[in-house]
Design a protein around this ligand. Structure first.
Ligand SMILES: *Cc1c(COP(=O)(O)O)cnc(C)c1O
Length: 409
């Protein structure tokens, strides 16, 4: 595509950000399954080492197949946004082996002993454990507050001068709580704090945190970005390009959490249909939520697209659609939860989320089986709670499967 062509939507961005490779005539960026790259001369080697892009030196440092996915994700997160000077926002993305690896780079490149991170109590389990088991050992303090309470956010920042980074995850598991990115970022920036957002549940099609002035966005690309459940992966996107190319890239390459070319290729392929998939995912999810809400075996539905959800307005303000992940409480408790899962005939029994097929899990007997009861209650994980990541099947079939599974609880 020509440099002066301006895209009107994210499907075009996803399909045409990566330049066609006129050296190989390959329509798609090939899988560069190579650990190292050739220099024709010492001079050329020097230029590549000094250059901005390190994708043709050594694959722990970068690789053309990673770069195709990185450039596309950066373009999706930046689509339609302007920087402070009114120019199109430029972002830089670094692909990682997993969402956890991306989070590790984020934390370690921005925090040192004596600093603190402020975050919310409803967090992805891996993030929570990374904070409490790894960061605390390195002398980083973890401060948890309800980030939906803006007065508390302000008070906590004022009282804890060592807070450097505010990490927001929205929407978040399992009750799909949403945090007002704009409001929290406004407070954080008054106190010169760094803000990062885990945008995994939303994807850039539904939510663009850089619109509100955040510094970093990260994703587990394992979920909606890949979309097909074919690979684990993560990405860290930043708006301070210089810092992304120096300090953040340095930590990323030293920690060794690089992606691999095959998984990067699968991710690039998945990204092309992001808009189409998200539209269908969200449309199906709304119908599933309404079905669950009126069903007599269901005590409660947690879906940010329902007016009854406590964060409905925040979600409506910052998201294009409310997403495709929800949870619901069966009246019959643990046994009803287990029976429901066992009765499913079409939907997939699995953890994870964001794949094209509907995934259903029962936290009490699966992910949170070994967590003490008081801890579970704190995070909203009750015995009859079912989590569902609504897929792109024909919605009648999802509804049919859920309805029949609820017949004998
Ligand atoms: C899955 C997930 C992660 C961790 O990503 P991995 O790819 O499994 O390492 C982080 N945050 C959220 C919100 C997730 O859903």
């Amino acid at each position: 595509m020509n440099k002066d062509f301006s895209f009107s939507g994210i499907s075009s961005v996803a399909l045409h950000t990566t330049p066609k490779d006129y050296d190989t005539y390959a329509h798609l960026t090939p899988i560069y399954a190579t650990s190292t790259f050739i220099f024709n001369s010492a001079q050329e080697g020097m230029q590549r080492f000094e250059g901005d892009n390190k994708e043709k030196i050594y694959s722990r440092w970068g690789n053309p197949t990673f770069k195709a996915a990185e450039d596309t994700i950066a373009a999706l997160e930046a689509f339609g946004l302007k920087d402070n000077d009114g120019n199109n926002l430029q972002l830089k993305a670094l692909l990682h082996a997993s969402g956890q690896a991306a989070m590790t780079t984020l934390f370690l490149s921005n925090l040192k002993a004596g600093d603190a991170v402020l975050s919310h109590y409803s967090l992805y389990g891996g993030t929570y454990e990374l904070m409490y088991k790894v960061l605390t050992q390195m002398g980083v303090q973890i401060i948890i507050a309800d980030l939906r309470d803006l007065n508390l956010v302000e008070k906590t920042i004022k009282e804890n001068k060592n807070i450097q980074l505010i990490h927001i995850e929205t929407p978040a598991n399992p009750t799909i709580q949403c945090i007002d990115i704009e409001a929290v970022t406004l407070i954080a920036k008054q106190h010169q704090k760094i803000v990062s957002v885990d945008n995994t549940f939303a994807s850039p099609y539904l939510q663009q945190p850089f619109k509100f002035g955040v510094d970093y966005v990260l994703h587990s690309t394992t979920k909606f970005l890949n979309g097909h459940g074919t690979a684990i992966g993560g990405v860290l996107v930043g708006k301070n390009i210089e810092q992304m190319k120096t300090k953040v890239w340095k930590w990323h390459s030293l920690l060794g959490g690089n992606a691999n070319a095959f998984d990067a290729f699968l991710l690039s392929n998945g990204l092309k249909t992001l808009e189409l998939r998200m539209e269908r995912h969200c449309n199906n999810a709304m119908q599933v939520a309404k079905f669950l809400q009126q069903h007599n075996t269901v005590a409660h539905v947690n879906y940010n697209g329902l007016k009854e959800h406590p964060d409905f307005l925040v979600s409506e303000k910052q998201m294009k659609h409310p997403g495709a992940v929800m949870s619901f409480e069966l009246k019959g408790g643990l046994n009803a939860g287990k029976n429901f899962i066992d009765n499913l005939k079409m939907c997939t029994r699995a953890v994870s989320l964001g794949t094209i097929d509907t995934l259903v899990s029962h936290p009490a007997s699966m992910t949170h089986f070994s967590v003490p009861k008081e801890e579970k209650i704190k995070y909203g994980i009750t015995d009859g709670l079912i989590r569902i990541s609504v897929g792109i099947e024909n919605v009648e079939d999802i509804l049919q499967d859920l309805a029949q599974a609820m017949e004998h609880l």
